[in-house]
Design a protein around this ligand. Structure first.
Ligand code: G
Ligand code: G
Ligand code: MN
Ligand code: NA
Length: 250
């Protein structure tokens, strides 16, 4: 059970850490960038998953402080990577609805010196659940900073094709639930094929999440997916391992 008080302490005592998982191009199998993933190393309980503490952070509002830290830290790391490599940062819907997210993004870019096009913000489609008139305008304000915006976890829960019409996402990330079924279900493969066709016609690049097996890579390649992410290419790694990973890749 994660308590708000423990989480507050974790932030203050520097117990949060970012790990980075590569995205790999299916065109030439190069690494195009890394997704930053929060880790909490609890001194007594060991590592605690973001699945457990992100909801607590969202309910308590601590996500704003935590998210700003992750954004700043991810940009600082990425500024040290070889130039075209991008960093993707997960953004909670709570952060999107906070007025100051564009300011926080701008600050993170300025302090790190990272070029805006090398930062991608991953926003889950649940941002549209309680859509207000401000939601789409807030996404546009982020887009005007010159950063990339990805629609994360596409196809889960509250997915609606209407969202794709309301905001021009640069990238669409196909949820790993579909990738998991890809080799065993004709329906899953058919859904993936059609998501990819839809994304292409709307000029979005595509990433398949949770790719664990070479046969999944072959199918995604045959269906025209742009990038893969998952344990097959690499598990998330600590920041200090990223540059060496890239140098030894391929
Ligand atoms: O590796 P994984 O267990 O890291 O992540 C689990 C979930 O937590 C994913 O849905 C992921 O998007 C989310 N998550 C990981 N890091 C962050 C973060 O920095 N901010 C937000 N809002 N979500 C994150
Ligand atoms: O929701 P989001 O896409 O940001 O979630 C990323 C989550 O997916 C993290 O928990 C990460 O550790 C996890 N993940 C990354 N690659 C794989 C994979 O190949 N298989 C599984 N099961 N999980 C993965
Ligand atoms: Mn993500
Ligand atoms: Na995802």
């Amino acid at each position: 059970l994660v308590l708000e008080r423990d989480l507050r302490e974790a932030i203050e005592r520097g117990q949060l850490e970012l790990h980075f998982q590569p995205k790999v191009s299916l065109r030439d199998w190069t690494v195009t960038g890394f997704e930053a993933l929060l880790r909490w190393n609890h001194p007594e309980h060991g590592p605690i998953s973001p699945v457990e503490f992100i909801p607590v952070a969202e309910e308590s509002g601590l996500i704003l402080q935590m998210g700003e830290w992750a954004l700043g830290q991810a940009c600082l790391e990425a500024a040290r990577w070889p130039d075209p490599l991008q960093v993707a940062v997960n953004i909670s819907p709570v952060q999107v609805m906070a007025q100051n997210l564009p300011d926080a993004v701008q600050r993170a870019l300025q302090r790190s010196g990272l070029a805006p096009h090398r930062l991608e913000l991953e926003i889950t489609e649940s941002v549209f659940i309680n859509e207000t008139r401000g939601t789409v305008e807030r996404l546009h304000a982020l887009g005007r900073l010159g950063v990339q915006i990805a629609l994360d976890d596409f196809g889960t829960g509250y997915s609606s094709l209407a969202y794709l019409r309301r905001f021009p996402f640069d990238t669409l990330k196909i949820d790993r639930a579909f990738v998991r079924e890809l080799l065993i279900s004709r329906d899953a493969r058919s859904i993936v094929r059609n998501i990819l066709a839809l994304a292409q016609s709307l000029r979005m690049s595509t990433v398949a999440e949770g790719v664990e097996e070479p046969m999944q890579v072959s199918v995604l390649e045959a269906e025209g997916c742009d990038m893969v992410q998952g344990y097959y290419a690499s598990r998330p790694m600590p920041a200090r391992d990223v540059i060496e990973f890239v140098l030894n890749w391929g």
